[in-house]
Design a protein around this ligand. Structure first.
Ligand code: ZN
Ligand code: ZN
Length: 140
């Protein structure tokens, strides 16, 4: 009697939700087309396919690599026959790197990982990995 048999209040929000969904969809479409056109730069995940650290590769290039058997003769008392990074013995067939300043020996793979972590000093004695100025005068 005078009251409507349906409620606008129930019906009205539905178109609003549809409009919101449409706007959301449009926003995504615009974003995607901007990406495709190249106006937006998609940021790749940090660390993914990053270029190698130039300092690390320079150090690795300058550190002597040799079979442990060839360096073994130079060692005094055999005191340096353990890799201080992995604490495993250096064996004759292992590839090792000899540090420029302190002549400490490490597995090639172990010291490479150490250098890639941004380290520039010997893991054992903290001497710089390379002689000062990276020249040969240290040995002369
Ligand atoms: Zn090692
Ligand atoms: Zn050292």
């Amino acid at each position: 009697m005078g009251f409507p048999s349906f409620y606008y209040g129930v019906i009205l929000p539905k178109p609003l939700i549809l409009v919101m969904q449409l706007l959301d969809c449009l926003q995504q479409c615009i974003f995607i087309s901007l990406l495709q056109v190249g106006l937006l730069q998609y940021q790749p995940t940090p660390g993914f396919s990053s270029p190698p650290d130039p300092v690390a590769s320079a150090i690795k290039n300058r550190l002597q690599v040799a079979r442990f058997s060839t360096l073994h003769k130079e060692l005094r008392n055999g005191e340096e026959s353990v890799c201080a990074v992995c604490l495993a013995a250096l064996e004759a067939r292992h590839e090792v790197r000899k540090l420029g300043n302190c002549s400490h020996l490490f597995h090639k793979g172990c010291i490479d990982k150490w250098v890639e972590l941004g380290q520039v000093t010997c893991p054992l004695c903290r001497s710089p990995l390379l002689p000062k100025g990276q020249t040969c005068h240290y040995y002369m």
